[in-house]
Design a protein around this ligand. Structure first.
Ligand SMILES: Nc1ncnc2c1ncn2[C@@H]1O[C@H](COP(=O)(O)OP(=O)(O)OP(=O)(O)O)[C@@H](O)[C@H]1O
Ligand SMILES: [Mg+2]
Length: 453
């Protein structure tokens, strides 16, 4: 028989809950305050804890934290009073399974309790994920870990091995989010450049003039506001690597300058005369077809051949679906660490579901999907219900949602409120009911977080 512990200083409430749960066939234990509650947890090993927030002595949040320490897989349901949204959010952050608003609705109680207990059962049947050992390479920084066992990816690994020891220029081609920057880093860190600088320039982010001075530097007075000499990225890269991302975006003028640098292995700062030698390896990346741009007369063919001494074509994720499992394991490990979470099991059918998705945003989209699921997860299992997949609209690539901005409690609160508002189609009455806050409070928060429809 499953044991449920109720911790609340309100005797009446304990009785009501107790009765409802006994009727469902559970064994019920009671404690009138947090300290006694924790005693019972230690001695009686309940399967589930329902605890109040505000109690004399050890409060609900402390109970929750302690329970987590005692037994990670013991679900805790918090009892909240109307309007305790801060506490509610905090409790979820601290790992509460769910919360029930007082006065407790018996149906809701039954459902939530059942769900919580079932989630433990599911979790107990699943194995803890294991990181592939060959991925743990102490010599490489974490941001250069590349996952992939498919033929296509193995060939790429081999090529990286070959080119990392030779300073040839490399052109990396692939759709957005396929890992072009990651490959560039890996090439840099795998070879004899690894202790030299790696300099990254996003060519699409700057205007032509700014990009030119960014790449080559300038001398004092070259522009009206250049009050001192400035080194460019080529100089900063020294004997290391310069990674030019989105190379398709550079103007004809910069294309000529770049060609010259590659041919003559030297350059001058903008407005300067001193000749500076160029020793860096140039890695470029593009998600557009340079060949097509050449046909259209937008990219110089001679530069193209100088850049693509070696070419790496990264296949889209949908063409290597067998890698999805390893990638999920990798991202769970990486993101658990970053967000201090413990989602280390994968639910039934999850991988199959992910393998059926189209992944227009490729590995980045997968990483974001896992991040979102980790945030949503209420236990240690990555479940189907926690996963939201982007749906395509008319075959066009949809904006891939980025959740890495969620850091603080306030971020999380904003995110949660936005989600509920969307879910309720901005029905504020409904939204404030779900959120457990009053409408004026909801309005205040919408304003505070600048949430708009
Ligand atoms: N094979 C892989 N193994 C592990 N992580 C990967 C892999 N491929 C991509 N990633 C991760 O996916 C994210 C996106 O990769 P990256 O930024 O390298 O893509 P990109 O091709 O440069 O995208 P864009 O064209 O949009 O700039 C990064 O967090 C990266 O670490
Ligand atoms: Mg990139």
């Amino acid at each position: 028989m499953e044991k449920i512990l109720i911790i609340d200083d309100d005797k009446m409430l304990r009785m009501v809950l107790s009765k409802a749960l006994l009727r469902e066939g559970y064994q019920v234990l009671e404690a009138a305050d947090g300290d006694r509650g924790l005693e019972v947890v230690r001695q009686e090993h309940p399967d589930l804890v329902i605890t109040d927030f505000q109690m004399p002595g050890t409060d609900g949040l402390e109970v929750l934290t302690e329970v987590q320490k005692l037994r990670i897989n013991l679900p805790v349901i918090m009892l909240t009073a109307f309007g305790e949204v801060e506490l509610t959010i905090k409790s979820v952050q601290f790992g509460a399974y769910d919360f029930l608003e007082k006065p407790v609705d018996p149906d809701q109680l039954r459902r939530t309790v059942r769900q919580a207990l079932d989630s433990v059962k599911t979790s107990e049947q699943l194995d803890v994920i294991k990181q592939d050992e060959h991925l743990i390479d102490e010599r490489l920084p974490e941001e250069a870990v590349l996952v992939g066992k498919t033929q296509q990816m193995k060939r790429i690994f081999k090529n990286i091995g070959l080119i990392s020891m030779n300073r040839v220029n490399v052109l990396i081609q692939g759709e957005t989010g396929t890992g072009k920057e990651l490959i560039a880093r890996l090439i840099h860190y795998s070879g004899n450049t690894k202790d030299k600088p790696l300099v990254v320039v996003n060519c699409s982010a700057l205007t032509e003039t700014l990009l030119e001075s960014e790449l080559f530097g300038h001398v004092k007075g070259a522009f009206t506001d250049s009050i001192r000499d400035k080194k460019g990225k080529f100089e900063l890269a020294g004997e290391g690597t310069i990674f030019l991302d989105e190379i398709s975006e550079i103007s004809p003028n910069i294309q000529i300058k770049l060609l010259r640098v590659i041919q003559e292995l030297e350059f001058e700062r903008v407005g300067g005369e001193t000749i500076i030698p160029m020793k860096a390896r140039i890695i470029t990346a593009t998600n557009k077809s340079l060949e097509k741009l050449i046909e259209e007369g937008k990219f110089r063919e001679d530069l193209y051949y100088r850049l693509k001494v070696f070419t790496i074509n990264l296949p889209p994720l949908r063409e290597r679906r067998e890698d999805i499992h390893d990638l999920v394991v990798h991202f769970l490990n990486k993101l658990n660490k970053r967000f201090d979470k413990k989602v280390n099991k994968i639910g039934d059918g999850v991988i199959e579901m992910l393998q059926q998705h189209n992944w227009q945003g490729n590995v980045r989209e997968l990483e974001n999907t896992i991040l979102q699921a980790i945030i949503m997860s209420r236990n240690d299992v990555l479940d189907k219900e926690d996963i939201t997949l982007n749906t395509r609209s008319g075959g066009k690539i949809e904006e891939v949602q980025d959740f890495s901005w969620i850091r603080s409690l306030a971020d999380l609160e904003k995110f949660h409120i936005e989600r509920i508002l969307e879910e309720t189609s901005w029905n504020k009455v409904e939204a404030s009911r779900i959120l457990g806050i009053t409408r004026p409070t909801l309005n205040a928060k919408i304003e505070k977080y600048e949430i708009s429809q």
